[in-house]
Design a protein around this ligand. Structure first.
Ligand SMILES: Cc1cc2nc3c(=O)[nH]c(=O)nc-3n(C[C@H](O)[C@H](O)[C@H](O)COP(=O)(O)OP(=O)(O)OC[C@H]3O[C@@H](n4cnc5c(N)ncnc54)[C@H](O)[C@@H]3O)c2cc1C
Length: 420
């Protein structure tokens, strides 16, 4: 497939922060832009745990890509899975759609879960990286509580216990939100359940939670989790998972019908077929222009890229703001190249690394070392995440849900919608 026009064709793979950022900046470019994603929506990953614990509805975390880019007259969107990329032929093939030949390629297919070969994890764990993952987790939690309500003998078998794996932001945020859901709404919804029989355990293989944060933020997070009755186990890895048991490498067996996996990411599987050398975590190393070595027409953005910050020379973390800024930079760069103008190297504007552990409890650390905690940090978290949301409508929805939950302490979206 080609556009049939004389204009260059820019093919964007992935409608995440990186892909959408690039598309936004190509709106007025003299090019045909094609964005392909296997979903017809953009996923707001940072809020998936809020969806899974009933704070937000589906449209609060998934936004129609066609809606997002509807005013882009030069842009076409296709819902299709990428099958293979032929860098020499400048061609990408898809499932159920003819191949597309590109002049410029923006590779923004993100990251995928890494179970590190843990036995039973692929079959029984609940990862938290996509909207279908979060739907599955939410339905499972609600189903286990309803099942235990009908048959309380399940409780002693660990039906309500949740083990969250991973002491980084995804694991800590999820454990905090689940504990607030349990001790808040569920303590009123299921009055016959003793809360001590519904345990939330966070397991981290390393010696401490939040290895990316300074020690005082780690201590703050551990205390905030303890206040929310999350039991934290550090220095121990999960060795196997079954539908009702989690076994640790120490030999300890935890009764739990739910294991949430927030422990690891790796570059999208397709990177393995590119025939290029990969960096840690299967990420693609790019230079300051965000292009592949010797392939100036191929740009890599977001989580799948190993981007080095020009000022600190550190590899930038896999964050929404990094993905969005790298995508926007690439969109601008391609538009400038098409106009025959000079291009600039990528420079990251640090918004801080942050995590929200629960109501009024959050941590923020900036690249240069400054830190904040508590309500102030939660407000900073809210501001940065609102800025990342794609439209004003999304921002308004998030503010209403967050404010509602803050005042009423209620997670209103705790229902299961299923077939009859
Ligand atoms: C649970 C969780 C919490 C997070 N919390 C925060 C946070 O608080 N703050 C923060 O800044 N960052 C956070 N992040 C990180 C942030 O969400 C990511 O850095 C960001 O989403 C990366 O954007 P991306 O565009 O590179 O990839 P993605 O957002 O993953 O987008 C990739 C896109 O590619 C599509 N795709 C993948 N494979 C294919 C294929 N074969 N064919 C077609 N399409 C495909 C996917 O459907 C997806 O739409 C969090 C991430 C997770 C998972």
């Amino acid at each position: 497939m080609s556009s049939g026009s004389e204009r260059p064709l820019v093919l964007i793979l992935g409608g995440g922060f990186g892909g959408v950022g690039a598309a936004q900046k190509l709106k007025d470019a003299d090019a045909d832009v094609v964005l392909v994603d296997r979903h017809d929506y953009h996923t707001f990953q940072p809020l998936l745990y809020q969806f899974a614990t009933g704070l937000l509805e589906t449209s609060g975390v998934g936004h129609s890509l066609r809606d997002l880019l509807e005013r882009h007259d030069n842009t076409t969107i296709h819902k299709a899975a990428v099958n293979a990329i032929d860098l020499d032929a400048h061609q990408v093939s898809f499932e159920g759609m003819p191949p597309i030949t590109y002049d410029y390629l923006v590779f923004g297919l993100g990251a995928a879960v890494n179970f590190f070969g843990t036995e039973g994890a692929a079959e029984h764990a609940f990862p938290m990286y996509t909207l279908p993952h979060a739907v599955r987790l939410k339905n499972h939690i609600l189903e286990r509580w309803e099942a235990s309500d009908r048959d309380p003998s399940l409780i002693a078998d660990g039906a309500l216990n949740i083990v969250v794996v991973g002491g980084g932001p995804t694991g800590v945020e999820t454990a905090g939100a689940v504990a607030e859901l349990y001790r808040g709404d569920f303590s009123r919804d299921y009055r016959n359940v003793t809360q001590d029989d519904a345990r939330v355990t966070l397991v981290e293989a390393g010696p401490e939670l939040f290895p990316m944060f300074k020690p005082k933020l780690r201590e703050y997070a551990a205390k905030a989790l303890e206040d929310r009755t999350v039991e934290v186990k550090t220095g121990v890895a999960v060795s196997s998972v079954s539908p009702t048991r989690v076994t640790l490498k120490s030999g300890e067996e935890l009764k739990a019908h739910t294991l949430v996996w927030g422990a690891g990411l790796q570059g999208n599987d397709l990177v393995n077929s590119l025939g290029i050398e990969l960096q840690r975590g299967n990420r693609i190393g790019v230079g300051p222009e965000l292009t592949l070595p010797d392939r100036p027409e191929v740009y890599v953005v977001g989580d799948v890229a190993a981007l080095t910050d020009a000022k600190t020379e550190q590899v930038l973390p896999q964050l929404g703001s990094v993905a969005l800024q790298s995508g926007e930079h690439v969109g601008e760069t391609i538009a400038r190249r098409i106009e025959g103008k000079d291009v600039k190297p990528f420079e990251y504007r640090d918004k801080g690394t942050m995590a929200a552990i629960g109501r009024g409890a959050a941590v923020v650390q900036f690249l240069r070392g400054r830190t904040i905690t508590g309500l102030k940090a939660q407000l900073a978290w809210g501001t940065v995440h609102l800025a990342l949301l794609p439209t004003n409508e999304d921002r308004a929805k998030a503010v209403v849900s967050w404010a509602g939950a803050a005042f009423t302490h209620q997670r209103a979206d705790r229902i299961t919608v299923e077939g009859e």
